[in-house]
Design a protein around this ligand. Structure first.
Ligand code: B12
Length: 199
């Protein structure tokens, strides 16, 4: 809250187990961001606090989690995207965890349902991970799936992000096949769904 990135990075570097950086991210960083979000909702913190807090956390997670080589793979049947949402940190962490575990994962970035459908068609995506933090974006999953059905596309959709944590049945209502609440969950689900195939 002091917006002191240098001090935050020093504290993080002291707290992290270098062999298990994802544990630091999941157990300390994500709950801290949730607390900042809750403080913003109660009017204790400003949006600038939320923004700067997330920038500092992003830099910390970038320095801890293994970098993605280059632009990442160019073909894969597994992909991740954010639907109509500017909250991109969750996707980045999930992407980093999956790539570190050896999965070839395409990153479609931030898309509307229509653009996401184009990407899926172009790449023959079979397992799609969708990350959202806003409720309207979570509802866009249903819109995307309706468009996919019109095109006769059948794919497995795994969703994650705050709205699905707040409403445990929401993933079923939007028509997703599975939900996960952490990068560890994402890894387990993709392992189970892909039968360990890494591309
Ligand atoms: C940081 C932040 C921002 C930053 C985002 C910066 C960035 N580069 O991402 C900025 C300042 C831009 C921002 C803006 C806004 N925000 Co904001 N933001 C947050 C905050 C505090 C933290 C989010 C975050 O990064 N968390 C850390 C990441 C790592 O967590 P995560 O995304 O949940 O991901 C984890 C898991 O969910 C999982 N996961 C994620 N994706 C997936 C996918 C799959 C398939 C699986 C299996 C798992 C998985 O793994 C990740 C690692 O554990 C949250 C509070 C909260 N409770 O989440 C509010 C929050 C999400 N924001 C909110 C709001 C309202 C806004 C604004 C509308 C504010 C405004 N008035 O302008 C804008 C809207 C932007 C938009 N249109 O998208 C609300 C959303 C309410 C809602 N549900 O609709 C929240 C919940 C705050 C609140 N309590 O009200 N925000």
């Amino acid at each position: 809250m002091a917006v002191d990135g240098v001090a935050a990075k020093r504290i993080a570097a002291e707290a992290v187990d270098p062999d298990h950086p994802l544990e630091f991210v999941e157990e300390i960083m994500v709950p801290v961001l949730e607390e900042i979000g809750a403080g913003w909702e109660r009017g204790i913190y400003s949006l600038a606090h939320v923004y700067m807090g997330s920038r500092i956390c992003e830099e910390i997670s970038d320095s801890m989690l293994p970098p993605s080589p280059g632009e990442g793979p160019t073909t894969s049947r597994i992909a991740i995207a954010v639907l109509n949402d500017y909250h991109l940190l969750g996707k980045k962490i999930v992407r980093s965890a999956l790539r570190a575990a050896g999965f070839n994962l395409l990153d479609f970035g931030r898309c509307s349902p229509e653009v996401l459908l184009e990407r899926v068609l172009e790449n023959g995506t079979e397992i799609l991970l969708i990350s959202v933090l806003m409720l309207p974006s979570a509802l866009d999953v249903a819109e995307f799936l309706a468009l996919a059905e019109q095109e006769g596309i059948r794919l497995t959709v795994v969703v994650g992000g705050a709205p699905f944590r707040l409403d445990p049945e929401l993933w079923r209502r939007v028509g997703a096949d599975a939900v996960g609440h952490s990068a560890f969950d994402a890894l387990k689900l993709v392992r189970d769904l892909s039968g360990e195939a890494k591309s």
